[in-house]
Design a protein around this ligand. Structure first.
Ligand SMILES: Cc1ncc(C[n+]2csc(CCOP(=O)(O)OP(=O)(O)O)c2C)c(N)n1
Ligand code: SF4
Length: 311
């Protein structure tokens, strides 16, 4: 966990603190995998030891982007594919907060693909959850970057001619220091991985398999799951880049042939995060920038008046 602490108070944390007091009626379809991500995330928080006021959740646009509405914390519902730059800036300015970014595979690997690559390259200290349902859910079922080749949709009625993206391999070559894949139908493993990712000091990428029963009936391809850490058939060192790369390659090849492998793929505990690097070379002050610009005497009423005038 980061050396910085936003609040610093130690106490028992209940996962229900992460349910908004006025819980909105979920607009996710019945059976949507997004419910599983929300549940695992709420279960992980007490173990990470963070309270809602110590967490910032930045989401993109999509069904997955609605996570903010059902999760109690600070939140920033950004534009499509742009959760990462907002999350990066927030973490650099205020290293004491737990920063989580989340969005769909279209959001994260399509329109936001460039941000994904560079956030991993710079090893920003945050957890990035990509809800991978292999489809554009919110916009009603178009082919996404993770849809398998041959997938038929309204945008590709004859079947997609494209090979899907390889998110785990892309993450590794880009520079992420923690990479895992888990699944909404596997809440125990999902919770464990979320805890590890949040405790990791660096860019932790979770490719989170979620089912979209409304627009992607092929969701059944996600079962049965094999947990690579629990299986004797898969023996590799998660700290070894080459072994991790081989394992990812095998995983990504197997996915559309019906074998779904999940677990931790790569962990580098030694690489400093971008914020640490910047502080160590003196490019950023030791004290959080957010505190530097916090002014107790600021006349908030004046800002509200200004906002009112521009409504
Ligand atoms: C700049 C921009 N381009 C396109 C859109 C339209 N749009 C909204 S959500 C979405 C894709 C959603 O798919 P995904 O990111 O995979 O998330 P899901 O809904 O499946 O969770 C698109 C293309 C948009 N809102 N903004
Ligand atoms: S359209 Fe798919 S991803 Fe969106 S809420 Fe419904 S099941 Fe979930």
């Amino acid at each position: 966990m980061s050396a910085f602490s936003a609040i610093g108070e130690e106490r028992e944390i209940d996962r229900e603190e992460f349910t908004p007091l006025q819980e909105p009626q979920p607009t996710w379809c019945p059976g949507c995998g997004d419910f599983g991500v929300l549940k695992a995330l709420k279960q992980a928080m007490p173990e990470v030891g963070r309270t809602p006021d110590e967490v910032l959740l930045c989401t993109g646009i999509g069904c997955s982007g609605k996570l903010n509405s059902y999760f109690e914390s600070y939140g920033f519902h950004t534009i499509h594919g742009r959760s990462l730059p907002i999350a990066r800036a927030a973490k650099l300015a205020n290293p004491g907060i737990e920063v989580i970014a989340a969005g769909g595979d279209g959001d994260g690997y399509g329109i936001g693909g460039n941000h994904f690559m560079h956030t991993a390259r710079e090893n920003h200290d945050m957890t990035y959850i990509v809800f991978n349902n292999e489809i554009f859910g919110l916009t009603k079922g178009q082919t996404s970057p993770t849809s398998p080749k041959g997938h038929k949709s309204k945008t590709q009625p004859s079947g997609s001619a494209k090979d899907p993206i390889r998110p785990l391999s892309l993450s590794l070559t880009s520079g992420a220091s923690y990479i895992a894949r888990t699944a909404a139908v596997n809440p125990n493993q999902a919770k464990e991985i979320l805890v590890e990712a949040m405790e990791h000091d660096g860019f932790a990428h979770i490719d989170f398999l979620t089912q979209c029963p409304t627009w992607n009936k092929d969701a059944k391809q996600y079962v049965p799951y094999v947990d690579i850490q629990d299986s004797d058939d898969y023996d590799f060192d998660v700290h070894d880049r080459k072994e991790a790369a081989d394992m990812m390659f095998e995983t990504e090849n197997a996915l559309h042939e019906g074998t779904v492998l999940t677990g931790r793929y790569y962990v580098d505990e030694d690489r400093p995060s971008y914020g640490e690097e910047k502080r160590s070379i003196g490019e950023m002050p030791e004290e959080p920038l957010a505190e530097r610009y916090y002014d107790e005497d600021y006349e908030w009423e004046r800002s509200y008046d200004l906002l009112d005038r521009h409504k």
